[in-house]
Design a protein. Structure first.
Length: 106
């Protein structure tokens, strides 16, 4: 298990910046999409908050969160004794793409 970092954003395991797009979130299985959507609304959450939200034991939630960290979907930081988790969304891509799409549709 990797050591949590002190600041957002952090880098993925491969040394490159990782993140997830809103489109990626919409393509996830329902339970995972629900969790990540909830986390986005909350901003930053603790293991206890996730466990309460999912109505699961912390011992079940912790490995799930760590897997999401490993997959680059969420980030973790240490605040004192507490680990805090946040979804890291990809930056919006160049707006020129949408303009190109609209010009093709005209």
């Amino acid at each position: 298990m990797s050591e949590p970092t002190s600041d957002f954003p952090v880098q993925g395991n491969d040394g490159e910046d990782s993140s997830i797009s809103m489109i990626d979130i919409f393509t996830l299985p329902d339970s995972l999409r629900h969790l990540l959507s909830w986390m986005l609304r909350k901003g930053e959450v603790t293991v206890q908050e996730v466990a309460q939200h999912l109505k699961q034991e912390e011992s079940i939630v912790i490995p799930m969160l760590e897997e999401l960290v490993e997959d680059g979907m969420i980030r973790v930081r240490q605040v004192g004794e507490e680990r805090r988790y946040r979804v890291l969304l990809a930056h919006k891509s160049n707006r020129r793409v949408s303009k190109d799409i609209w010009s093709v549709l005209d």
